[in-house]
Design a protein around this ligand. Structure first.
Ligand code: PLP
Length: 308
């Protein structure tokens, strides 16, 4: 994979669209299950990350920054999206990468970030853990005075504002919106943008992931704090982990629906939904829209086991 500033097409390469899942996947349990394909905006840039970043970038321009600095692990969709977005908008970019070991053996993600002009700085986990500490952020700012700093995962108020625009792609007839949750930023934005009677279900791929609720609620008025449901039963061993059963599910989902899922987020969400459908968790008349948030670049380590 080579993506340089010269041959990287403008994002979005393609506008998001809604694709119906094959009826065999959800009949006779509910009326419809469709998928909003945010993944199609770019093969390696996660759909939701792109929308989350937009308001940070305008703010960076407003503040006269010439560099975007952010944080991520060796497989981070956010780092990848930031490298691409900064490149497209004419910013330099710096990625603070978790773990010194990542330097010796660059993942495809990190190689792609470098190809997009991102400068990588590898830090020990103990330093990386300070990523939200005021002192550490001030020292980074002093080191890079022209940099605009974005939190890990694009988390934060402007990320929520950016995520609201995803709701523009959601037609009003859907009764349930399902999406994957990491920092909760995307869910918060979508929840704020949709009318209250539409149910929102978030699937958290972290063990004990219900803690995200606190973060999400901080973005929501009291009246909306009971208006979404988090499910953390489908972490499949933990964040970033996968099983043979999951790989089989991903291949079978692709065969049935012609949609590639990513192993960290969307595959686990759809595995959860498949179980919930059979268990009768959704009403018969439900019209469900699942959001494909992208993340396909994160499949590089298991690509040889996938049929797509
Ligand atoms: C980051 C990410 C999420 C989670 O988004 P948050 O706004 O952090 O909750 C979901 N899906 C994919 C593919 C992602 O890359």
């Amino acid at each position: 994979m080579i993506h340089t500033s010269e041959n990287m097409a403008t994002i979005p390469e393609q506008e998001p669209y809604i694709q119906a899942l094959h009826t065999s996947w959800y009949k006779p349990f509910v009326y419809t299950v469709d998928m909003l394909r945010l993944d199609v905006i770019h093969p390696i840039v996660s759909g939701n990350k792109w929308y989350k970043l937009q308001h940070y970038l305008s703010d960076a321009t407003k503040k006269g920054a010439d560099t975007i600095l952010t944080f991520g692990g060796a497989y981070s969709n956010h780092l990848m999206a930031t490298a691409a977005a900064a490149n497209q908008h004419g910013f330099k970019s710096i990625g603070i990468v978790r773990g010194l070991h990542s330097k010796a053996n660059l993942t495809q993600t990190l190689q792609d970030c470098i190809a997009l002009g991102m400068q990588l700085h590898f830090v020990e986990r103990s330093d990386y853990d300070k990523k939200n500490d005021t002192d550490y952020l001030q020292s980074l700012q002093a080191q890079y005075p022209n940099a605009y700093i974005i939190s890990e995962g694009g988390a934060g108020e402007l990320g929520v504002v950016g995520s609201k625009t995803i709701a523009d792609y959601i037609p009003k007839h859907y009764t349930h919106i399902c999406l994957s949750v990491g920092t909760g930023t995307t869910l918060a934005g979508i929840r704020l943008a949709l009318s209250e009677h539409i149910k929102v279900h978030g699937y958290v791929p972290m063990k004990g992931g219900n803690y995200v609720q606190e973060t999400i609620n901080a973005y929501l008025p009291n009246s909306l704090q009971q208006s979404y449901t988090l499910h953390d039963d489908w972490h499949i061993g933990g964040f970033g982990k996968h099983t043979e059963e999951q790989l089989a599910f991903m291949n079978s989902f692709y065969e049935t629906n012609n949609i590639p899922l990513d192993m960290v987020y969307t595959a686990k969400m759809m595995m959860g939904i498949a179980v919930q459908l059979k268990a009768g968790c959704f009403p018969q008349e439900a019209q469900i829209l699942c959001i494909h948030t992208g993340g396909l670049q994160g499949n590089s380590s298991i690509q040889h086991k996938l049929i797509y």
